[in-house]
Ligand binder design. Sequence first.
Ligand SMILES: [Zn+2]
Ligand SMILES: [Zn+2]
Length: 337
Amino acid sequence: MKTLEYSGNCSIHLGEKPVPEPASDQVRIKVSYAGICGTDMHIADGQHPRAKGGLVMGHEFSGTIDKAGVDTDFSVGERVVVEPLISCGSCYSCRSGYPHVCQNLGLYGIDADGAFAEYVVIASDKVYRLPDSIQMVHGALVEPMAVGVHAIRLSNLKSLDTVLVIGGGPIGLFVAIAAKQAGADVFISEINPFRNTLLKRLGFKTFDTNSEPSVRDEITDGKGFDVVFDAAGGPETLKIANVNVRVKGQVVMVAIPTQDRAVSYVPISFKEISLIGVRVYEYYDFHRAIHMLENLDMDLSLLYQVYPLESYEEAFASAKGGDDVMRVLFDLEGADV
Ligand SMILES: [Zn+2]
Ligand SMILES: [Zn+2]
């Protein structure tokens, strides 16, 4: 089968691997669509410490059951999406019921072969059925949507709150969608002009964090935002969040920063801000994400561009630039074995 693999030397290449055989508790999925995430770009650039040469990347995808192990309850032909976490099952976090923050957490597409291939083998307890009403191409958006659902669910957000999401890339957008669904009045701060325009087309209000404090005061009746989500993880964004959140408000760190960042501690104390971290998603979030996509009144086709696997160089360049696209997806449906 055709694959897109990390070469082990800061580059990626098209490859060939035998079609994998599922064990009794696994399923083999014929991949339909797979998204390029920031993690895939880190791997391709040689910046991911765990990725080894020969790895098939890709962890956000949809597909069809092609072969089901005897100990699974799936049948051939079922449409599915995958929660790509690999938890150890034996550490403190796993035993406490939090496998998403497993102390040895792995991911398909980093620690095991992922979905930039015609077929992928997955443990059946990580596989979720995709309702017929959700297009296969939208199934590849369930994973980042689940990140948004998890962030909202762990936050203090209440219906009618005024919320700021810093960073209007794919994760920021999905946080914003989940916040809106939860009844919040949502503003997004995004510097990329293409994304800014797209967010407005999708019906979101944007907020320039460089604007005068009076602009924020007008939006929030002078108090500041009730909850601020940092979905950018930039060197200054936590500082910006603490400045813009209200007294007793909450700042939620969604993005995982790749470098140390500036934090102004005084507002945390003076305003009694609560600051929380969130990581990936739980079982419940994945189910909610599927349900949310099923009922979402939004033109999702504005969010992505689709490439064949063979055009991987162009696809990765487009995903990295982010100048004219929110999410880049590979279409593997047309590929032959
Ligand atoms: Zn991802
Ligand atoms: Zn564990």
